[in-house]
Design a protein around this ligand. Structure first.
Ligand code: SAH
Length: 354
């Protein structure tokens, strides 16, 4: 059954009309659907019972199941949310000085195939609906009893590979009768689907676009990100220039430093040349090692040197702090460890019946 949270006000207006209720009910229902923690029609006390019953026949407001919750020493919380069809996704809540930021998933799995990323190992299973993306925000906020002020679409999945649902999510979460989170407080991260970056530019949303670059040359990027073969760096950079021209927004470039692969002084030079003169900020992060890949993180010294080189050569760069380090808090690792456990348990059960 579809989630009531998938519907925007316009669709709700059409729906209540179809059900013979006055138009203003749409606004009430929207507020309830988008409110943190609401998981039953019983809570919608100012909506007539008969209308609630009609809605309940067609749309669900059930909460996703909290399959796991881990709380790190630094307060970072990681959730694994399970949906009715058995799929699960992870979300991470982080506390910064300026408030709470949630990192959410946009797909169950991912089909982009980046070699360093745990989320893509089982490929994509399905896209999340706008409501399922919202649910990560509202149920995490409710569980942690906090007001979330920033959202990053940097969990599992490629947001621009689920373009329509993600754009609808942005509008829903931005609605002042919903979570009312400003678009300037939302970052969307992409591995570089060039046609979709161009489409997004036309919408002129005030979100921050993050581009996962991770290498300064096509040769190196091809080796770790298959998407680069379809959309090589010159095309990607052209789309980024279009994006900044259309939106006037600075682009953030993600760069995971991998030991002896993309962390050399030569790479720093090439990256500075590539980005010099563009409206850019480089987010450096030491690679999070995953068991399935031989790639290792760069050293702290190399990371610092890399950062200093960029800053000294006209490209602003910072090293991202690693939060939730003790709880597998990054890059699809919790979902993956949960799935491995399920798989092993099932294998065990099969073994027991043989
Ligand atoms: N598909 C989108 C968003 C999800 S990934 C994208 O590619 O941007 C969010 C960020 O985490 C991306 O920059 C991604 O490249 C990075 N990432 C994935 N695995 C990582 C790892 N093992 N170590 C460091 N960063 C990683």
């Amino acid at each position: 059954m579809r989630s009531l949270r998938d519907l925007d006000k316009e669709e709700l207006t059409g729906l209540v009309k179809e059900l013979g209720a006055p138009a203003y009910r749409a606004g009430q229902i929207f507020k309830w659907a988008q409110k943190a923690g609401v998981s039953s029609y019983d809570e919608m006390t100012d909506v007539p019972k008969a209308l609630r019953a009609q809605l309940a026949e067609r749309f669900s407001v059930a909460a996703p199941q909290m399959l796991r919750r881990q709380i790190a020493q630094d307060g970072t919380r990681k959730y694994l949310w399970g949906f009715a069809d058995g799929n699960c996704v992870e979300s991470v809540l982080m506390q910064y000085v300026h408030g709470y930021t949630i990192c959410i998933s946009t797909q169950a799995g991912c089909r982009m195939g980046c070699v360093f990323c745990a989320s893509t190992i089982g490929s994509k299973i399905r896209d999340l609906t706008p409501g399922e993306i919202i649910e990560q925000v509202v149920f995490t906020a409710h569980d942690a009893q906090v007001k979330i002020s920033n959202i990053v679409l940097m969990g599992t999945g490629e947001p621009l590979d689920n373009y329509d649902n993600v754009v609808k999510f942005l509008r829903l979460v931005n609605d002042r009768d919903g979570q009312d989170i400003g678009l300037r407080h939302i970052s969307l991260s992409t591995c570089g689907l060039v046609p979709r970056i161009r489409e997004l530019a036309k919408l002129d949303l005030q979100i921050t676009l993050s581009v996962s670059l991770h290498a300064p040359t096509d040769e190196k990027r091809n080796a770790i990100m298959p998407v680069n073969k379809a959309y090589p760096i010159p095309e990607l950079m052209a789309a980024c220039r279009e994006y900044t021209a259309a939106t006037n927004r600075r682009i953030s470039y993600e760069y995971a430093l991998i030991r002896d692969f993309n962390d050399t002084p030569e790479c720093a030079r090439q990256l500075a040349d590539l980005l010099h003169g563009t409206l850019a900020h480089v987010n450096l992060i030491r690679l999070n090692a995953i068991a399935e890949s031989p790639l290792r993180p760069s050293t702290t010294q190399r990371t610092q040197d890399f950062c200093e080189y960029l800053n000294a050569h006209g490209v602003t760069a910072t090293v991202r702090r690693r939060l939730g380090f003790d709880i597998d808090a990054s890059c699809g690792q919790l979902r993956r460890s949960y799935q491995n456990q399920l798989h092993n348990r099932q294998k065990g059960e099969e073994g027991a019946t043989q």
